[in-house]
Design a protein around this ligand. Structure first.
Ligand code: ADP
Length: 156
Protein backbone atom coordinates (compact mmCIF):
# COMPACT_ATOMS: atom_id res chain seq x y z
CA UNK A 1 0.00 0.00 0.00
CA UNK A 2 1.44 3.39 -0.98
CA UNK A 3 1.25 5.83 1.91
CA UNK A 4 2.25 9.45 1.32
CA UNK A 5 2.75 12.04 4.02
CA UNK A 6 1.80 15.61 3.09
CA UNK A 7 3.66 17.60 5.75
CA UNK A 8 3.24 21.32 6.33
CA UNK A 9 2.19 24.06 8.70
CA UNK A 10 -1.32 24.49 7.22
CA UNK A 11 -1.73 27.67 9.24
CA UNK A 12 -4.42 27.74 7.82
CA UNK A 13 -5.13 25.22 5.04
CA UNK A 14 -5.70 26.95 1.66
CA UNK A 15 -7.29 25.96 -1.65
CA UNK A 16 -3.75 25.36 -2.96
CA UNK A 17 -3.11 22.75 -0.24
CA UNK A 18 -6.51 21.15 -0.85
CA UNK A 19 -5.80 20.80 -4.57
CA UNK A 20 -2.51 18.97 -3.84
CA UNK A 21 -4.32 16.69 -1.35
CA UNK A 22 -7.04 15.83 -3.91
CA UNK A 23 -4.50 15.03 -6.63
CA UNK A 24 -2.35 13.05 -4.19
CA UNK A 25 -5.37 11.01 -3.11
CA UNK A 26 -5.87 9.94 -6.73
CA UNK A 27 -2.27 8.78 -7.02
CA UNK A 28 -1.56 7.14 -3.65
CA UNK A 29 -3.56 4.62 -1.60
CA UNK A 30 -3.45 6.81 1.48
CA UNK A 31 -2.50 10.43 2.21
CA UNK A 32 -1.66 11.55 5.73
CA UNK A 33 -1.89 15.32 6.01
CA UNK A 34 0.60 15.90 8.82
CA UNK A 35 0.68 19.25 10.61
CA UNK A 36 4.19 19.98 11.79
CA UNK A 37 4.30 22.00 14.98
CA UNK A 38 6.87 23.26 17.41
CA UNK A 39 5.70 23.30 21.03
CA UNK A 40 8.11 26.20 21.76
CA UNK A 41 6.66 28.42 18.99
CA UNK A 42 3.16 29.75 18.88
CA UNK A 43 1.49 29.45 15.48
CA UNK A 44 -1.29 31.66 14.16
CA UNK A 45 -3.97 29.02 14.79
CA UNK A 46 -3.71 26.37 17.53
CA UNK A 47 -2.75 22.96 16.10
CA UNK A 48 -6.08 21.38 17.16
CA UNK A 49 -8.05 24.01 15.23
CA UNK A 50 -5.80 23.59 12.15
CA UNK A 51 -6.48 19.84 12.35
CA UNK A 52 -10.24 20.31 12.68
CA UNK A 53 -10.37 22.71 9.70
CA UNK A 54 -8.38 20.28 7.52
CA UNK A 55 -10.60 17.36 8.58
CA UNK A 56 -13.72 19.31 7.62
CA UNK A 57 -12.14 20.34 4.29
CA UNK A 58 -11.22 16.75 3.30
CA UNK A 59 -14.28 14.98 4.70
CA UNK A 60 -15.41 13.79 1.24
CA UNK A 61 -12.06 12.20 0.34
CA UNK A 62 -12.04 8.73 1.91
CA UNK A 63 -8.32 7.93 1.76
CA UNK A 64 -7.10 11.03 3.61
CA UNK A 65 -6.15 11.14 7.30
CA UNK A 66 -5.14 14.19 9.34
CA UNK A 67 -2.56 14.11 12.12
CA UNK A 68 0.13 16.29 13.69
CA UNK A 69 3.71 15.71 14.70
CA UNK A 70 6.68 17.41 16.26
CA UNK A 71 10.28 16.80 15.24
CA UNK A 72 11.79 15.37 12.08
CA UNK A 73 9.40 14.64 9.21
CA UNK A 74 11.43 11.57 8.19
CA UNK A 75 11.11 10.06 11.69
CA UNK A 76 7.37 10.65 11.61
CA UNK A 77 7.17 9.06 8.13
CA UNK A 78 9.09 6.00 9.35
CA UNK A 79 6.75 5.67 12.31
CA UNK A 80 3.77 5.73 9.94
CA UNK A 81 5.33 3.23 7.51
CA UNK A 82 5.38 5.83 4.74
CA UNK A 83 8.17 6.14 2.19
CA UNK A 84 6.74 9.07 0.23
CA UNK A 85 6.63 12.75 1.11
CA UNK A 86 4.22 14.78 -0.98
CA UNK A 87 4.94 18.48 -1.52
CA UNK A 88 3.46 21.19 -3.70
CA UNK A 89 5.38 23.55 -5.97
CA UNK A 90 4.25 27.05 -6.91
CA UNK A 91 7.31 28.98 -8.06
CA UNK A 92 11.00 28.56 -8.82
CA UNK A 93 11.66 29.90 -5.30
CA UNK A 94 9.60 26.99 -3.93
CA UNK A 95 11.68 24.66 -6.10
CA UNK A 96 15.03 25.79 -4.64
CA UNK A 97 13.76 25.50 -1.07
CA UNK A 98 12.03 22.17 -1.67
CA UNK A 99 15.05 20.68 -3.44
CA UNK A 100 17.23 21.37 -0.40
CA UNK A 101 14.60 19.97 1.95
CA UNK A 102 14.14 16.84 -0.14
CA UNK A 103 17.90 16.21 -0.38
CA UNK A 104 18.31 16.73 3.37
CA UNK A 105 15.46 14.32 4.07
CA UNK A 106 16.81 11.61 1.79
CA UNK A 107 20.26 11.90 3.31
CA UNK A 108 18.68 11.45 6.77
CA UNK A 109 16.58 8.49 5.66
CA UNK A 110 17.54 6.79 2.40
CA UNK A 111 14.19 5.12 1.82
CA UNK A 112 12.22 8.34 1.69
CA UNK A 113 11.25 9.81 -1.68
CA UNK A 114 9.72 13.23 -2.22
CA UNK A 115 7.07 13.56 -4.90
CA UNK A 116 6.24 17.08 -6.12
CA UNK A 117 2.99 18.19 -7.68
CA UNK A 118 2.79 21.52 -9.48
CA UNK A 119 -0.05 23.74 -8.40
CA UNK A 120 -2.83 24.74 -10.77
CA UNK A 121 -2.30 28.30 -12.11
CA UNK A 122 -5.34 29.61 -10.23
CA UNK A 123 -3.78 28.60 -6.89
CA UNK A 124 -0.17 29.47 -7.58
CA UNK A 125 -0.27 32.83 -5.77
CA UNK A 126 -2.06 31.51 -2.67
CA UNK A 127 -0.12 31.03 0.56
CA UNK A 128 -1.07 30.65 4.22
CA UNK A 129 0.99 33.75 5.04
CA UNK A 130 -0.95 35.77 2.43
CA UNK A 131 -4.23 34.52 3.94
CA UNK A 132 -3.02 35.55 7.42
CA UNK A 133 -2.18 39.05 6.13
CA UNK A 134 -5.63 39.46 4.60
CA UNK A 135 -7.23 38.24 7.85
CA UNK A 136 -5.17 40.58 10.01
CA UNK A 137 -6.44 43.45 7.85
CA UNK A 138 -10.06 42.26 8.07
CA UNK A 139 -10.23 41.29 4.38
CA UNK A 140 -12.31 38.56 2.75
CA UNK A 141 -10.41 35.25 2.54
CA UNK A 142 -13.22 33.16 1.02
CA UNK A 143 -11.57 32.98 -2.45
CA UNK A 144 -8.37 31.52 -1.02
CA UNK A 145 -9.47 28.89 1.50
CA UNK A 146 -11.87 25.94 1.81
CA UNK A 147 -15.32 26.81 3.16
CA UNK A 148 -14.73 25.48 6.72
CA UNK A 149 -11.86 27.99 7.12
CA UNK A 150 -13.85 31.03 5.94
CA UNK A 151 -16.83 29.92 8.05
CA UNK A 152 -14.56 29.58 11.10
CA UNK A 153 -13.34 33.14 10.65
CA UNK A 154 -16.84 34.50 10.23
CA UNK A 155 -17.50 33.23 13.76
CA UNK A 156 -14.15 34.16 15.38
P1 ADP B 1 5.69 24.58 5.15
O1 ADP B 1 5.85 25.44 6.37
O2 ADP B 1 6.18 23.17 5.33
O3 ADP B 1 6.15 25.19 3.85
P2 ADP B 1 3.00 25.05 4.20
O4 ADP B 1 1.74 24.77 4.93
O5 ADP B 1 3.29 26.47 3.87
O6 ADP B 1 4.10 24.41 5.09
O7 ADP B 1 3.06 24.22 2.84
C1 ADP B 1 2.97 22.81 2.81
C2 ADP B 1 3.19 22.33 1.37
O8 ADP B 1 2.15 22.83 0.53
C3 ADP B 1 4.49 22.83 0.74
O9 ADP B 1 4.99 21.82 -0.12
C4 ADP B 1 4.06 24.02 -0.07
O10 ADP B 1 4.93 24.28 -1.16
C5 ADP B 1 2.70 23.54 -0.55
N1 ADP B 1 1.83 24.65 -0.89
C6 ADP B 1 1.56 25.76 -0.18
N2 ADP B 1 0.70 26.57 -0.84
C7 ADP B 1 0.43 25.95 -2.01
C8 ADP B 1 -0.35 26.30 -3.19
N3 ADP B 1 -1.03 27.44 -3.25
N4 ADP B 1 -0.38 25.42 -4.21
C9 ADP B 1 0.32 24.26 -4.14
N5 ADP B 1 1.10 23.89 -3.11
C10 ADP B 1 1.15 24.71 -2.05
Amino acid sequence: MSIAIFPGSFDPITNGHLDIIKSGAEIFDKIIVAISFNSKKKGFLPTEIRKKLIEESVKDIPNVEVDFFEGLTVEYAQKKGASILLRGLRTSADFEYEKELSQTNSSLYQNIKTVFLITKPEFSYISSSGVRDVLLNNGDISKFVPKPVSEYYKKH
